[in-house]
Design a binder for this molecule. Structure first.
Ligand SMILES: O=C(O)[C@H](O)COP(=O)(O)O
Length: 229
């Protein structure tokens, strides 16, 4: 049986300050480090042995994976990183306080972008310093595929594409996989795995540091899924 454990990174400094983060590479806050340790303890308690760990390119997810594996005494696990697991790119909202954005644009538009499926945030200009092409981490990625602001639908395309590119075959071989990623990149993946409609995905929230286990048959049908405790 293939097993997939999804975990959203522990709280970052900008989560605590209520600032839109997206692709901004903000590290874990002390509270987030504790959440990652707790997630590792949960894996240990459930005697889950990871075969392959996947993380985004962002340090809050990477550090969560490292701390979790260390706590679970599984630091040897093959860990692979990919930008396609990054958080949704929040465009021009990145670096802005969520409450101030809500007050300036109104509740409806705010919620459409933040929790809806196909409304993107304001897109960055190509010359904006927040364009990922200026970040050396993405120097090997064709700039034309790097986002400047994404709807959840845009995020879903790259995340689901990576799932089939790198992860699905491992699950079909009955491997146990850990993915350390982000609130919205995981919402996109969960919507795909659980066949959640573009309307119902608005209500799905992914909490920080809480591991969620999915078990699959050989045809990648979900047999069951639940939060690990
Ligand atoms: O990128 C961010 O700001 C958050 O991690 C996720 O955003 P959200 O709170 O709008 O889901």
């Amino acid at each position: 049986m293939g097993k997939l454990i999804l975990v959203r990174h522990g709280k970052s400094e900008w989560n605590l300050k209520n600032i839109f983060t997206g692709w901004t590479d903000i590290d874990l806050a002390a509270e987030g480090i504790e959440e990652a340790k707790n997630a590792g303890e949960i894996l240990k308690r459930n005697t889950i042995e990871i075969d392959i760990c996947f993380s985004s390119y962002l340090k809050r997810a990477i550090r969560t994976a490292w701390i979790l594996l260390e706590t679970a005494e599984q630091m040897h696990v093959d860990t692979r990183y990919h930008w396609k697991l990054n958080e949704r790119h929040y465009g021009d909202w990145q670096g802005k306080n969520k409450e101030e954005v809500r007050n300036s644009i109104g509740e409806d538009y705010f919620l459409n972008v933040r929790r809806g499926y196909d409304t993107p945030p304001p897109i960055l200009s190509k010359e904006d310093e927040r364009n990922p092409k200026f970040d050396p981490k993405y120097s090997r990625v064709n700039p034309s595929v790097l986002p400047l602001g994404e709807s959840l639908k845009d995020t879903s395309k790259r995340v689901v594409n990576y799932f089939f590119e790198a992860i699905a075959a491992q699950l079909a071989k009955d491997r146990t996989i850990l993915i350390s990623a982000h609130g919205n990149s995981l919402r996109a993946l969960i919507a795909h795995l659980e066949h959640i409609s573009t309307l119902d995905i608005e209500k799905v929230e992914v909490n920080t540091g809480v591991p969620h286990l999915y078990e699959f048959d050989g045809n990648l049908n979900i047999l069951n899924h639940h939060r690990l405790k």
